[in-house]
Design a protein around this ligand. Structure first.
Ligand code: UD1
Ligand code: CA
Length: 466
C-alpha cells in the first residue's frame, strides 16, 4: 500500500468523518397537486428525498438527518437508515435547520433540500475541498440562471466573497437583475452555525426564519462566506411541480444510461431506454430500444434485452435473451430465451437453456433446465422438471373456482399440443401426454396418457350432404 494520498482521498476521508448532512424536507409541495408528499415523488423509480440521501451517503455521511413535517409519517416510513427531526410548523429554512440542532457537531454541516434531487457527490466533494482549504465559515453552491425568478440572489463582496443572500420577495429591482442564485446547498462550520441559529429572526416579508440570514450573522462574527459556482444548473434544479418532476426524471435517466454505457453496457438507443437507478447490469449486455428496467433487477453478462421489454425485480442470468416481453419478480437462468410476447408474472424460477416462447404466460412456477414452452401456453402454479417439452396450447388448469392447485410435470416428459392439465395433478418422469388430452389423474412413470374421442371417418358423406 502506498502512503501517498491525493487531496481528494484526504477530503473524502475528512468528509466521511466530519460532515453532518441535514436534508430539509418538511415543505408541502402544493404545486404538485398530489396526495403524496412532494419529496416522495419518484425520479427514475426512487423518491426525490432518497436521491438526496444517497448523494449524502456517497460523500460519506452515513446517517443523514432528514427534517420532516408535511406528510412526516409517510416520509419516515419510506426512507431508511437516516435520523429524523420533526418540524411541526414550517416556519422557514432556518427554522427547519434549528429542529436538527441536536445533531450538529463541531464538524461541518452540509445542508441539502429533499426536493433538489440532482446534486452530484463529485461536485459536493470539490466544494467541500474549497470550503476546508480556505477555512470558510460557510460555502454556498451557486449558479448563474438565465431566469433567476423566485431564487435568492447572491450579493458578492469586493473580495468576491458573499455579502448576503436576498430573497426575491425582499429584493429591489436592481438586485432582481442579479443572475447568480442561491441553490440552497451549503457547507457550514457546525459550531458557528449552532451558535447563530438562535439569533435568526423572522423579520422579513414572509415572516419566516431564513437560513440565508446566517450569512449576515457569520459576517458579523468575522467569518468568511464564499460562493462555489457550478456550471451544471441541472445539479441545483428544484422540483416543485410535475413538469419539473419530468425534467428531473429525464436528467437522471440520462445519467443512469450514461453510467451503464461507460461500464460496458451496449445501449442501442439511449434516448429510448428507461433504467431505474436500483438496477444492476453487467458488461456486454445489449439493450435494444424501448426497454424499461425497474426495481431490484439484475442482468448478467452477455444478455440481450429488448426491444420493447419491461423487467421489474428480476434476476437474469448470463446470456439470456428476452424480447417484446414483460417479466416481474422472476429469476431466469443462463442462456434461456424469452419471448417475443411472453408474460412472466411474479414468482417464477426458470432454469438454464430453457425456452419460453411467444404468447406464453407463466406465474408462480418452477421451470427446469432445457425445458421448453415454445408457444401459446399457460403455466400457472406449475413445477416443471428438466428437459420437459410443452406443446402448443398447453393449459395448466390451476384454479378450481376456490383455490389454486399445482401441476407437476417431472423430468424428460413430453406434453403434446392442446392439453389441459386439471390440477392438482402429476405427470411422472419420462412420460408422454397425447395431443388434445385432458389430464385429470396422475400419469405413471414412462407411460403414454391419451384421452380423446376416437376419430370416425364417414366416407362419401360430403357428396351426399351437398
Ligand atoms: C430557498 C432559499 C433561496 C434559494 C432557494 C433555492 C431561503 C430563505 N431561501 O428558497 O435563497 O434560492 O431555496 O431553491 O432559504 N423547508 C422546510 N421547512 C420550512 C421551509 C422549507 O423543510 O419551514 C424545505 C422545503 O421542503 C424545501 C426546502 O426547504 O425542500 C426549500 O424551501 P423553499 O420554501 O422551497 O425555499 P425557497 O423559498 O424556494
Ligand atoms: Ca423552492
Amino acid at each position: 500500500m502506498s502512503n501517498v494520498y491525493s487531496i481528494t482521498d484526504h477530503i473524502k476521508e475528512d468528509a466521511a468523518n466530519s460532515i453532518t448532512a441535514i436534508i430539509l424536507a418538511a415543505g408541502e409541495g402544493k404545486r404538485m397537486y398530489s396526495k403524496t408528499p412532494k419529496v416522495l415523488h419518484k425520479v427514475c423509480g426512487t423518491p426525490l428525498v432518497q436521491h438526496v440521501v444517497n448523494c449524502a451517503r456517497e460523500i460519506g455521511c452515513v446517517k443523514p438527518v432528514v427534517v420532516v413535517g408535511h406528510g412526516a409519517e409517510q416520509v419516515m416510513e419510506a426512507i431508511e437508515g437516516v435520523s429524523f427531526a420533526i418540524q411541526a410548523q414550517q416556519l422557514g429554512t432556518g427554522h427547519a435547520v434549528m429542529q436538527a440542532e441536536g445533531y450538529i457537531t463541531d464538524g461541518d454541516v452540509l445542508v441539502l433540500y429533499g426536493d433538489t434531487p440532482l446534486p452530484k457527490a463529485e461536485t459536493l466533494l470539490k466544494m467541500y475541498e474549497v470550503h476546508k482549504q480556505n477555512n470558510y465559515g460557510a460555502t454556498v453552491l451557486t449558479a448563474d440562471f438565465e431566469d433567476p425568478t423566485g431564487y435568492g440572489r447572491i450579493i458578492r463582496s469586493s473580495e468576491n466573497l458573499i455579502e448576503s443572500i436576498i430573497e426575491e420577495r425582499d429584493a429591489s429591482p436592481e438586485i432582481k437583475e442579479i443572475k447568480e442564485v442561491n441553490s440552497g446547498i451549503y457547507f457550514f462550520k457546525g459550531a458557528d452555525l449552532k451558535r447563530v441559529l438562535s439569533r435568526l429572526s423572522n423579520n422579513n416579508d414572509q415572516g419566516e426564519y431564513y437560513l440565508t440570514d446566517v450569512i449576515g450573522l457569520f459576517r458579523q462574527d468575522g467569518l468568511k462566506i464564499a460562493p462555489y459556482k457550478t456550471n451544471d444548473t441541472d445539479e441545483i434544479m428544484g422540483v416543485n411541480n410535475k413538469l419539473q418532476l419530468s425534467q428531473a426524471n429525464e436528467i437522471m435517466r440520462r445519467r443512469i444510461v450514461t453510467k451503464h454505457m461507460l461500464k460496458g453496457v451496449t445501449i442501442i438507443d439511449p434516448s429510448n431506454t428507461y433504467i431505474e437507478n436500483t438496477v444492476q447490469i453487467e458488461r456486454d449486455v445489449t439493450i435494444y430500444p424501448g426497454c424499461i428496467l425497474e426495481g431490484s433487477t439484475y442482468i448478467g453478462e452477455d444478455s440481450i434485452i429488448g426491444p420493447q421489454t419491461r423487467i421489474k425485480d428480476c434476476n437474469i442470468g448470463n446470456g439470456v435473451k428476452i424480447q417484446y416481453s414483460v417479466a416481474f419478480e422472476s429469476s431466469i437462468g443462463e442462456a434461456t430465451t424469452v419471448g417475443p410476447y411472453a408474460y412472466l408474472r411474479p414468482g417464477n424460477k426458470i432454469g438454464k437453456h430453457a425456452k419460453i416462447g411467444d404468447f406464453v404466460e407463466m406465474k408462480n412456477s418452477n421451470f427446469g433446465d432445457y425445458s421448453k414452452a415454445s408457444h401459446l401456453t399457460y403455466v400457472g402454479d406449475g413445477d416443471v422438471g428438466n428437459n420437459v417439452n410443452l406443446g402448443c396450447g398447453v393449459v395448466f388448469v390451476n384454479y378450481d373456482g376456490k383455490k389454486k392447485n399445482r401441476t407437476v410435470i417431472e423430468d424428460n416428459s413430453f406434453v403434446g399440443c392442446n392439453v389441459n392439465l386439471i390440477a392438482p395433478v402429476t405427470v411422472k418422469e419420462s412420460s408422454y401426454v397425447a395431443a388434445g388430452t385432458t389430464i385429470t389423474k396422475e400419469v405413471p412413470k414412462a407411460s403414454l396418457a391419451i384421452g380423446r374421442v376416437k376419430q370416425d371417418n364417414k366416407e362419401g358423406w360430403a357428396k351426399k350432404f351437398k
